[in-house]
Design a protein around this ligand. Structure first.
Ligand code: NAG
Ligand code: NAG
Ligand code: NAG
Ligand code: NAG
Length: 533
């Protein structure tokens, strides 16, 4: 443990408890719980990818019809959410019409869908994942005019499988925040309560998927960027095992050979049952390593669970929301009742979770800095970054505060001496082995995705100090699926938790996510449906 760091952690905890107790005096009067999003009327918007594919294949539905339904939904909700950066609706309809021609004239429709499993299905893409010809500013004023000159590898794979991109969605500046709020695009809202953030960095995807305005989204995750918006917006999100889904074509990027261990792309969706199909396409040739098609019985799974960090470490962290703990307990009861092997996990090996997580951040030195056009080697420019940070506090900078803080953390090795960093990085290696042993080929761990539900806009300072809940698993390279478990009875905001497995055992996370979706209902619409058809 690092003394100074822990002192900050405890101070933050005390502050957060103070705000939780007396914060009611700071807040505006209580508003009604409904978000005010229009209800979903079109039944097509409630169907999973698998169901829609069945209808397209049976020629009971056209891609144009489906794409149009999603475009209408996006246009209905985006004025309130501000999740869209740039759309390509006309081009998407042209793509869809071509698909319909292809399906109409296909001699062997089954073969067609075997080769192109996402044929005619609309998707949305996080702006940091290059989509040819579309904005690639990644929330940065300095990159305002930059467009992607080709598709990133994962987007290319999805398009080759037949998916039709509708838009690029909002991210924080350079993805360096858990709040999607930029000087370029403003703030992106939570579909369950517009006064709260959709999270980040895949905040636009969280928001659109939570609102039922995307069939599935492409996200990226370097420290929780898929899982946090999924928690905040009540949808499923999967962070794959490190190095399985390439980040080629992502901005920011890095020349570091270990970069893909931390940063991975992955799917965000309301439908857990769709995750394996999406992951398979996104992983390309690496999908083989994940054995996604191998049948697994639920009864084979061994369940471990924990309600948060333990011992002294746990007490230094902000308390985990009671409703999040209850969600884990409900899932545990359900799985026990099914006769699965269930046991509470001993996680005292995570005593240094904060230090290990930050050592991970520090090792991302070759990743782009907002204060430089190009990644810089070495750790200079601390002073310049500090100066810019002070200007940003005063609202006089062209860069966002959170992105500058992330720059600063990396330029200062997260305020840790090099020797300590090595120690914690070595401890991370040891932990990977521990987890591999603990979880093996059948084990999963249920654990909070984060200690709290979506924060109000500009109030992500507190949840940020729980970032080790997510960041730790990027450092360890383990696969994690966020599972939504309904809405808080107090605030109406989504709750849920993570399912974590050993390296390359992504299929276990996905299997359990699908079971929990079946048993507990998965995504809960922000406004009840009013179906016309
Ligand atoms: C955590 O760090 C301390 C010192 O910084 C070290 O003594 C300890 O072995 C580390 N690991 C665990 C699991 O506590
Ligand atoms: C990083 O991204 C930039 C801009 O897209 C690109 O020019 C560069 O080649 C990429 N570098 C690496 C190492 O992938
Ligand atoms: C972690 O810290 C607790 C005290 O909070 C201690 O009892 C336990 O032995 C530590 N675990 C390891 C593996 O060092
Ligand atoms: C921000 O950018 C604008 C346009 O490039 C420039 O005119 C302005 O001086 C910049 N402001 C600061 C504080 O750097």
């Amino acid at each position: 443990m690092e003394f100074l760091l822990r002192l900050i952690l405890i101070t933050v905890k005390l502050l957060s408890l103070f705000v939780a107790t007396f914060g009611c005096f700071l807040k505006s009067p209580k508003r009604p719980r409904t978000s005010g999003l229009p209800a979903i009327r079109n039944r097509l918007l409630t169907l999973s990818l698998q169901e829609l594919r069945g209808r397209l294949r049976a020629r009971q539905l056209t891609s144009v019809e489906l794409v149009r339904a999603y475009i209408e939904r996006i246009e209905a909700v985006n004025p309130q959410l501000n999740a869209l950066v740039e759309s390509r609706f006309e081009a998407a309809l042209v793509d869809a019409a071509k698909v319909d021609e292809l399906i109409a004239h296909a001699k062997d429709v089954d073969k067609l869908f075997q080769d192109r499993p996402l044929l005619g299905l609309p998707m949305t893409v996080k702006e940091s994942c290059a989509l040819d010809g579309m904005s690639f500013a990644v929330g940065s004023l300095a990159r305002k005019t930059i467009k992607a000159d080709k598709d990133g590898v994962v987007v290319k794979r999805l398009r080759a499988a037949g998916a039709i991109p509708l838009l690029v969605s909002a991210t924080p500046e350079y993805c360096y925040s858990i709040e999607t709020d930029t000087l370029l695009n403003g703030h992106c809202c939570n579909p369950y309560n517009f006064e709260h953030t959709s999270g980040g960095s895949s905040g636009g995807e969280g928001s659109l998927n939570g609102a039922g305005a995307s069939l599935f989204g492409v996200g990226s995750d370097i420290g929780g960027s898929i899982r946090i918006p999924s928690l905040f917006c009540g949808v499923f999100g999967h962070k794959p095992t490190g190095k399985v889904v390439t980040v080629e074509g992502h901005f920011p990027n890095s020349t570091d050979k270990d970069f893909e261990h931390y940063l991975v792309l992955g799917p965000i969706t309301r439908f857990a049952v769709d995750l394996p199909d999406l992951l398979e396409v996104m992983a390309g040739e690496n999908a083989e390593k994940l054995r996604l098609r191998e049948p697994i019985q639920l009864s084979q799974l061994e369940i471990h669970y924990a309600f948060g960090f333990e011992g002294l470490n746990g007490r230094m962290h902000q308390p985990v929301d009671e409703e999040i703990k209850e969600a884990i307990a409900r899932a545990v009861d359900h799985l026990k009742n099914l006769g699965l092997a269930v046991q509470e996990a001993d996680l005292s090996g995570l005593n240094n979770s904060t230090e290990i997580s930050l050592s991970g951040v520090a090792s991302l030195g070759k990743m782009n800095y907002v204060l430089d056009a190009e990644p810089t080697e070495g750790k200079g420019k601390v002073r310049e970054t500090l100066g810019e940070l002070v200007r940003s506090f005063r609202g006089q900078s062209n860069y966002t505060t959170n992105a500058l803080i992330f720059d600063l953390m990396r330029r200062t090795n997260a305020f840790m001496p090099a020797k300590k960093l090595e120690q914690y990085q070595a401890e991370a290696k040891w932990l990977i082995e521990e987890f591999t042993r603990l979880l093996g080929q059948n084990g999963v761990l249920l654990f909070p995705t984060m200690h709290a539900t979506a924060a109000r806009h500009k109030w992500t300072f507190f949840p940020l100090w729980g970032i080790d809940y997510t960041l730790l698993f990027n450092v360890l390279g383990l696969p994690v699926t966020h599972v939504p478990m309904g809405l808080s009875s107090r605030t109406g905001l989504p709750i849920g938790f993570s399912v974590i497995a050993g390296p390359h055992q992504d299929r276990l996370c996905l299997k359990l996510a699908a079971e929990l979706e079946r048993a507990f209902g998965g995504w809960c619409p922000p406004t009840p449906h009013e179906l016309d058809n």
